[in-house]
Design a protein around this ligand. Sequence first.
Ligand code: NCD
Ligand code: ZN
Ligand code: ZN
Length: 344
Amino acid sequence: MQQLTLTRPDDWHLHLRDSALMQSVLPDTARQFARAIVMPNLRPPVASVEQAQAYRTRILAALPSGSKFEPLMTLYLTDNTSAQEIRRAKQSGMVHAVKLYPAGATTNSDAGVTDIRKAYPALEEMQRCGMPLLVHGEVTDPAVDMFDREAVFIERMMIPLLRDLPQLRVVFEHITTREAVQFVTDMPGNIAATITAHHLLYNRNALFSGGLRPHYFCLPVLKREAHREALGKAAGSGNPKFFLGTDSAPHAQHTKETACGCAGIYTAHAAIELYTEAFELLGALDKLEGFASFYGADFYGLPRNTDKIALRKESWQAPDSLSFGEHRLVPLRAGEFISWKICS
Ligand code: NCD
Ligand code: ZN
Ligand code: ZN
C-alpha cells in the first residue's frame, strides 16, 4: 500500500507543558490530531477545576490561527482530591479524566498519591459519575526491579483497586508489557489501555545501542522484545480496548543529555507517521484507523471525528533537533528516516 486515508486521529495521552515550551510543541500535535487528552503534570500540578480551566485557556491561546484542535483536560489526583472536586469536574464538561501518578513514579509526580486509600472518596465519586481514571501503572518500591514495576503494579494496585471499585472506568496508560496486555484483555469493558508509538517500535536494546542513548529513555522504560511483540499483537488485533496515546513528553536536550537525565520521548513531530510505520510492520494497516481514530473516542463517550487525513509512503528525514522555548529538543528518529508522510 502506498497511500492511506484515515479519519482524523486523536491522541489520548499527551504532555503539552506550558508557556513558551508549549508554544513550540503544540503545533505538531494540532497539525495531525483533532483532540488530545492533556496530562496535568505541570509544576504545580493541575489539581483543581479552576487550574484546568486556566490551562485550557492558555492552550487555546497558543494554537496556530485557524486550528480546530480541542484540548481535553485532566485533573491530577492527589491525597486531598475531594469527591466535591470530582463533581465539579464532571459538571464543567471540559475535564474528561483524572490522572493517578503514584508519588515519585515519573516526571513531576511528587504531588502524586502516597496512599490510594486517601483517594477513595474521589475514586468512589468517579465510579458513580463515570469519570475515567488514567493510571501511570508502575510501583515506586525501590526494591522492585525497574523492568518489573508495571507487572507488580497490576498485582499490588490494579487488582485490589478494581476489586473495591469494579465499575470504575480505567485507562491503563502507556502499557509496556505482555502482563498488562493480558490483564486489560481479560478485564470487562470498563478497562482500556493506551499504547505509544515508541513502545511499538523499539525494545530496550535501543537504550544501549553503541552506547547510552538518553533519547530512548522514558517511563515506563522500554522492555524486552517479547513484550514489544505482545503490544503489537494487541494494537493490531482490532480489540477496541487498545487505542492511541503518544505519551509525547518533550524535555530540553540538556536535561536529557546529562548525568541524570529526564524520562520522556518526544514523538509529536511525527506521531501518526510513526504509528503507521509500526502498523505496516505488523501487517495490520487495516486496523490502524480503529486504533487511532475510533476506539479512544468510543471509550471516552465522545463523537468520532468526521474529517480525514491522508498519508503517503514516502521516506523523509526527521530533523536533528527542534526549538523548545529558548532550548532545543531532540525528537524520536532525529536525523533518521521515517517511511510514511502526511500529505493532507
Ligand atoms: C512523562 C513526562 O515527561 O511528563 N515522561 C515519560 O517518560 N513518559 C511522564 C509520564 O507519562 O510518565
Ligand atoms: Zn506516565
Ligand atoms: Zn505521560
